[in-house]
Design a binder for this molecule. Sequence first.
Ligand SMILES: Cc1cc2nc3c(=O)[nH]c(=O)nc-3n(C[C@H](O)[C@H](O)[C@H](O)COP(=O)(O)OP(=O)(O)OC[C@H]3O[C@@H](n4cnc5c(N)ncnc54)[C@H](O)[C@@H]3O)c2cc1C
Length: 330
Amino acid sequence: MTSALRQKAAQMASAAAAAAAGTGCYSQTSWALRRLGAGGGALASAATRRRNCSVAAAVFDNQNREYVIVGGGNAAGYAARTFVEHGMADGRLCIVSKEAVPPYERPALTKGYLFPPEKKPARLPGFHTCVGSGGQRQTAEWYKENGIEVLYEDPVEAFDGKTQTLKTSSGKILKCGSLIISTGCAAARLPEKIGGDLPGVHYIRDVADADSLVSSLGKAKKIVVIGGGYIGMEVAAAACGWNLDTTIIFPEDHIMPRLFTPSLAKKYEELYEQNGVKFVKGALIDKLDAGSDGRVSSAILKDGSVVEADTGYCWYRSKTICQPLRSCGS
Ligand SMILES: Cc1cc2nc3c(=O)[nH]c(=O)nc-3n(C[C@H](O)[C@H](O)[C@H](O)COP(=O)(O)OP(=O)(O)OC[C@H]3O[C@@H](n4cnc5c(N)ncnc54)[C@H](O)[C@@H]3O)c2cc1C
């Protein structure tokens, strides 16, 4: 994990703890966290009482939950660790997750996870949070041992801000004392009408997405990667490991334009080219076409040129997910 990611994760966990200490919803403010040092748990309890939100769940057999984290991603995992460190987890914290597994280090999905079998790819439970920052590997047992309730594969579908009550897809109703929203992002997809949903076209946000890409990589011969940012470059590097004919397409003049100067980008592009990767720069996708089997067979560019591929990986950007929780904090 990069130091930037570690810093970000620490910030996310800090903000989450701050929210738990009484600010209600996920917030980047840090004053509440500063108050958490010694006796943070007592302060948090006081803050919860002050908000006149009569939730006092010490057990999980009723609807009341003292602290609820919606989203079972990186931020939730690091926040859970902070709750435990402050003695605020046992019987008091509930995580409502859309995914089937406890929080994990999402960045691994486009790194070790995509290695070919002979390179011993990363697999869960190897990279549950917080191993990315050198912390403990928080498996499902860790959450149980620390008295944290985790609802798996049960995303929040609705939230009523007035009663601080949320409803999950299985119909479970939870009344929250303090709520932390950490629903993260979804990958922005190419529109269906230009082939963004064709079989063989991939996006990565979770383990299931990564498994689907790995399965395609195992059968693919030619892959086109759309987007020359970090994640596109990582997927292209993985494709090299699988000995695939790899082409990266992006609209800018060089890879990673937001981070790299032209000269730095050139060094990396040369390294990729030495490993057989082709670059199509300054190019925009018009559409992805399907072959007779219905799978993606080529990328058609705006200038009319065609890049053949039996697998496509698209990464433009992420978009935040907050729809069911829009009424919070307003
Ligand atoms: C493939 C990939 C590689 C990355 N590599 C890096 C990197 O190298 N360095 C770096 O700094 N960052 C990287 N990132 C970004 C980093 O992973 C994110 O910044 C981080 O995961 C954000 O954590 P989060 O918990 O806020 O959101 P997420 O980790 O996205 O977690 C959000 C969780 O909320 C769940 N959810 C969504 N809606 C609901 C709902 N209604 N109810 C319940 N649960 C819900 C989602 O299923 C998910 O489990 C990468 C991201 C991806 C996808």
